[in-house]
Design a protein around this ligand. Structure first.
Ligand SMILES: [Fe+2]
Length: 528
């Protein structure tokens, strides 16, 4: 029995009477004869939208969080459990309901609801909605994965993340929703932890932010909840959640810039930082459509996990933060002995074994590593010596080379690495050591830019125009905002880099900047 099932059985804890200002309660009888509450709201309780996630062949998670007053202390909800009804239909208009039930929105979980719907048919669309009292959420679309081992002609999915709220509008999410992908892989930086700022210096000169974070830097559970609420009130983001199920993983900013393990960037005592992590981890679970198997325990949360799209694609979702050793070189772009430390870890021994077991046992055509930080070992300041980003795999030579060697030696074919974090688009190939070692690439990497982080951007910055020719493994670089649409068939894996001309205006225009592809069985990316 899951934690949430046990919770649901504890009916005596359910709300019967309360006096919060935004709601009124009316007791209604249930079959059991016990009184539950029907809630009346002064303001709309589904302002944070709906979401679905972690699809499987028989179902998915559906999510919402009740917050009628998102910025108030207690977000307008009574501090008591509230019953929410849910429905799943096989028609967009919700006429034919194929599954329904009630779930508890517990105050301990910020009145979030995570329903794991099962018993559905594989590889098909479903729609869902929630009801509380007389209030009804919008309808979201979800989609199950194909049956295990099924032959599949095609899967099409979007890769997105890094959505700094202050840096620009989420137009890319609106366009992504219109693409109607089978799923979305979100590589993290779903929120940013910093205080509200009126201005930024993206691009070198001072600019007015299009919008501002509410409040100061976030530390407490209330702070994190409010920050998620602010982001989730964006209707473009809501449209992307309502359009497709998401596989979400975190990166650093859901907690704090460049954190790893129990270390933050400021050298805070780990036991103090762990209190912040605990708040951040809980808020992440509360706000993401995750299964109960990812329920937070203290500072930890299981985000490395696997999904299969028939025989076509295996998705290995990785966690490059929780089990990583401290960044070398004091986390400054440079070169230092720590980069070749034999004790360094990026994903840790247990996750590495889990990953390799999955890759060697895979019968899928395409094996995707869906993760956060760049795996290409780029020299970021060509000239004398090598300069790497110590917060990427390049700062961790031993575990990087070990993983790539294992993939090569086990002859795991068609390995595609998907990445975020850089706030730029990149496409390139992966070798043990740059592109200097001869032979075929071991895998290829597509780095998706950001939804908004970094502001409007430019096609290619002056520094990257110099870096690219010095790093032959890197084939493509672009510094505009957008997302990557992956179109995968048994023959080819095509990544379409979609970019916006501006995100500082609401009417930014989307275009395809480039398409890079892999042919099955033929290592190395080519322009499509
Ligand atoms: Fe980011």
């Amino acid at each position: 029995m899951s934690v949430l099932d046990r919770y649901a059985l504890s009916r005596r804890r359910l709300l019967s009477v309360f006096g919060a200002s935004a709601v009124t309660a009316l007791s209604i009888p249930l079959e059991s004869g016990k009184a539950l509450a029907q809630v009346g709201f002064r303001t709309y309780p589904f302002q944070l939208g709906v979401a679905s996630g972690d699809p499987a062949a028989d179902g998915f998670v559906i999510w919402t969080r009740l917050a009628p007053e998102p910025f108030e202390i207690g977000y307008g909800m009574p501090m008591a459990p509230v019953v929410v009804e849910w429905e799943v239909s096989d028609t967009a208009g919700m006429r034919n309901v194929v599954a329904k039930g009630t779930a508890i929105a517990p105050p301990e979980l910020g009145h979030a609801v995570h329903v794991e719907v099962g018993g559905l048919q594989p590889n098909r669309d479903y729609w869902y909605r929630f009801t509380v009292g007389k209030e009804r959420s919008i309808v979201g679309r979800a989609r199950t994965t194909p049956a295990l081992g099924a032959a599949l002609d095609r899967v099409r999915f979007a890769v997105a993340g890094c959505q700094h709220y202050e840096a620009g509008y989420y137009t890319a999410y609106r366009r992504l929703a219109e693409d109607n992908p089978d799923f979305v892989f979100c590589y993290g930086d779903y929120i940013y932890e910093g205080r509200g700022n009126r201005t930024n210096t993206n691009g070198g000169s001072p600019n007015e932010n299009v919008r501002q974070h509410f409040g100061g830097e976030i530390y407490s559970l209330d702070d994190y909840r409010r920050r998620y609420a602010q982001y989730k009130m964006d209707t473009d983001l809501q449209a992307a959640h309502a359009a497709a199920p998401w596989f979400a993983v975190w990166d650093d900013h859901e907690t704090d810039n460049n954190w790893v393990s129990d270390l933050d960037q400021d050298g805070t005592d780990p036991k103090i930082f762990n209190l912040r992590r605990q708040a951040a981890v809980q808020a992440y679970y509360e706000n993401m459509p995750l299964r109960a198997s990812s329920f937070p325990v203290g500072t930890s949360l299981q985000i490395y996990r696997r999904a299969a799209y028939g025989q076509l694609l295996n998705l290995n979702l990785l966690d490059t933060r929780q089990f990583r050793t401290d960044q070398p070189c004091n986390d400054k772009q440079s070169w230092c002995d720590g980069i070749t430390s034999p004790k360094a870890e990026v994903i840790g021994a247990a996750q590495e074994k889990w990953l390799m077991d999955g890759l060697t046992g895979s019968k899928a055509t395409w094996n995707v590593l869906a993760q956060q930080v760049m795996m290409m070992d780029l020299d970021r300041d060509p000239g004398e010596g090598v300069v790497v980003n110590p917060d990427s795999w390049a700062g961790y030579r031993i575990p990087r080379n070990r993983l790539l060697s294992k993939i090569r030696d086990a002859k795991v074919g068609n390995v595609v690495v998907l990445t975020g974090d850089e706030h730029q688009n990149f496409a390139g190939d992966l070798y043990i050591d740059g592109a200097k070692d001869k032979g075929a690439p071991i895998a290829s990497e597509f780095v998706a830019t950001s939804i908004s982080s970094g502001g409007d951007g430019v096609d290619q910055t002056a520094s990257w125009a110099k870096i690219q020719p010095a790093n032959p493994q890197l084939k493509f670089n672009n510094s505009q905002r957008g997302y990557v649409l992956c179109d995968v068939t048994p023959k080819a894996y095509v990544s379409e880099f979609k970019v916006l001309d501006a995100i500082s205006r609401r009417d930014g225009k989307l275009s395809t900047r480039a398409k890079w592809a892999l042919e099955a069985g033929k290592p190395g990316i080519v322009q499509a």
